[in-house]
Design a protein around this ligand. Sequence first.
Ligand code: GLA
Length: 706
Amino acid sequence: MPAVLPPVSFDPARGVAELRTPNSLYALRVDADGSPRHLYWGPPLDRAALDTLPAPHSPARSSFEAEAAADELAPQSGARFGPAGLQVRFADGTRGAQWRPADHRITGGELRILLTDRHFPLAAELCYRVRPDSDVIERWTELRHTGGPGDGPITVDRLDSASWALPPLSDYRISHLVGGWNSEFQLLRDRLPVAETVLTSRRGLTGHHAGPWLALDDGSATEEHGEVWSTTLAWSGSWRITVHRDPVGRTTWTGGFGHEGLSWTLHPGERLTTPIFAGLHTSHGFGAASRAWHDHVRTHVLPDAAHDRPVVYNSWEATHFDVDHRGQLLLARRAAALGAELFVLDDGWFGARRHDRAGLGDWTPHPGAFPDGLRPLADEVHRLGMAFGLWVEPEMVNRDSDLYRAHPDWVVHSPTRTATELRHQLVLNFARPEVEAWALRTLDRLVRDNGVDWLKWDANRAFTEAAWPGRPDPDRLWIDHTRAVYRIMDRLRADHPHLRIEACAGGGGRVDLGILARTDQAWTSDNTDPVDRIAIQHGYSQLFPAATMAAWITDSPNGATGRATPLRFRAHVAMAGVLGLGGDLTAWSEDELAEAADLVARYKRIRPLVQRGRQYRLSAPDGVTAVHYAAADGAEHAVLVWRPATRFGHQPPALRLPALDAHTDYLDADTGRRYSGAVLRHRGIDLDLPSGDYASRLIHLRRHRP
Ligand code: GLA
């Protein structure tokens, strides 16, 4: 019997730390110069095998490369010429830390490597955490000014959460997410250039254009095969990840909060803690990497993954800013009849908000639209058996608002620069304690006074001219604003245990593991066109579980793309996530309403599979894609299949379902037809898609118990 090795260990004699997860080993070694360097990350090895690994220093090829090794957090000193994860300046102008031989501390699944500078009052802790049920390794850094009153400040130009390294591979490929408003989460998979590749957001928000997630492989991994290393940063403000493939064949990457050009000051006694940068290794392809992320997010990130996400009706696409009590009630009645469980009143209900040029910041019901306030609508929605939700955008303000008129100094601004308005709005500086306190007070009252069960928390612009007049360390707002958003959400949840929060930023502009630690789901994209959504959802699923992916059935033709699609196709695409409805139900025919009610009912039958099952992304020729959700115990399965366009004479081949058990028979839950698991795995299921474009199908299988 091989000895059971502890999840976290540090052997001072060898200077080697080991972090063991169920299917992987991560090892580092503290070298004689005090610097922790990367040793290994891959399938488990025993200690004897680990000891045969070469030292992390690669052999010097010349005097130009003597220290070319992968640091756990490169400190911008010595002969290191790659991107430094820690960049500091001391009061006398000296740059870069040099560490004393490190100490360490282990508590449960947590390891801390304790580093102190040889000369200056600076201490860093490189922190690692593993859990018995996850292959995810969580890493972060804590930096401390350990000096006294006489010591000058330390300037921090970059403080990454962690740096990561790959073993030498024959080639390197990067997968990451790019996009824009209405086209978030587009998966790109490209050969990694021999260069420093920077993925970043300078927007104060995670961003539509990029996301702090990546996967690396040697170019040969597929959905179900091959080694994949994947990392993601749990942060909802500006961020930066620099991937460095060097000319001699090594690849490392380092990342954390903030972007280039920002700096933060540490005074004696002060500490700066980074967000978590989490990583995982799998030997079983991109699908396994995603499933490991999904499990991790559900088990260790989301505040409450166990509850079924409700079927929402959201009025935005139906009424835009034209909201009033009567109109919303009409929609609420129709939505309830279709099976909606939550009614969300979107933008337009407050202040002077009849368009996007006024009212943001004034979170009291519009007197003309809601003469008796929101309570009567909330009560009626509750009577209809639905929860009541409200759209808010607490971090933003229109100049044309009572809030801005009262507190023009509350916005992120520079007195000598013209403030760029985006969507006619400015950003409130939540890093200011009085602004944070106002926001918490306002939201708390809103929830308390109006029977609000759900907040859709939006943020519709990036930061610009981001200064903080009068504050000696103004760049702190890039960190402290985001932390204040987190704190307010955490406080609201603690004080209103029934309250659920949906993350939104003009669609999917702020979705990451930081915001998901205090929200229940995210509004994936303002683009609800089902064809576009297939690609958006494919990218989203690389990291995030379906239980967080809000997806509505809306009107046809689609408001964003003008594309007309059948209701069934729209519904089948939206069923791959948290199904909702978002169209103008007053314009739907009786037939459409009946069909929609039936589709919602069908969704509720597969909801536990979609929201809590294991997800397998499938594709077949002729533009057919599918997503398979399997119950953890394998007893039940849902497969959603989509074919947006037909080609004459092409019938898609049978779709193989590799996640089924070859030794089991399955029954189609709708038709009762019996299938052999072996046939469905190895030969596939005939799709029998309806003819024409925008064909789709939901296949619901149950394990047959003779
Ligand atoms: C953003 C959101 C939309 C909607 C509008 C309201 O764009 O993503 O869903 O709430 O704001 O203005």
